[in-house]
Write a protein of this length. Structure first.
Length: 141
């Protein structure tokens, strides 16, 4: 939360310096987001209701997904894990409590289950070369 505000203030300061030159360009351009903002959860105001977080993925659900879908889901979970770990570290540095710490184990469990499902598929692969390639890719995750 602190870092989001800090980055936002830096962007506002830089924006106000170049506001006269960029007014025409800003009206036609879309809003450019700082990639670092993805490492932090969106700030919520006190009037916003508390968000509800889901459960971890079950292996039976993951077995129904394609290789590409599991690959995409892996990187979504990795991004979520990085965001949660960054937020936890920032709050810990400020001596603040990390809200909803149960989210991290859910993400880890889902990632572990994705690896398990992909390993099952690699073992069931009849072609030994393809199976070895799949296992190598899975171990690199």
């Amino acid at each position: 939360m602190f870092m989001t505000r800090f980055v936002g203030r830096m962007l506002l300061a830089a924006k106000s310096e170049n506001s006269a030159a960029s007014t025409a360009a800003a009206s036609t351009a879309t809003l450019i987001r700082n990639p670092l903002e993805e490492l932090f959860e969106k700030d919520r105001g006190p009037e916003d209701e508390k968000p509800v977080y889901g459960r971890s993925w079950k292996a039976t659900e993951l077995r129904l997904k394609s290789w590409d879908d599991l690959h995409k889901l892996w990187y979504v979970l990795l991004k979520e894990k990085n965001m949660l770990m960054t937020q936890r570290q920032m709050l810990h540095a400020q001596n603040l409590r990390f809200p909803n710490p149960e989210r991290i184990p859910k993400v880890r469990k889902s990632m572990c289950r994705i690896k398990h499902v992909l390993t099952e598929r690699a073992i069931d692969e009849p072609d030994p070369r393809r199976s070895a390639d799949m296992k190598r890719m899975i171990n690199a995750l």
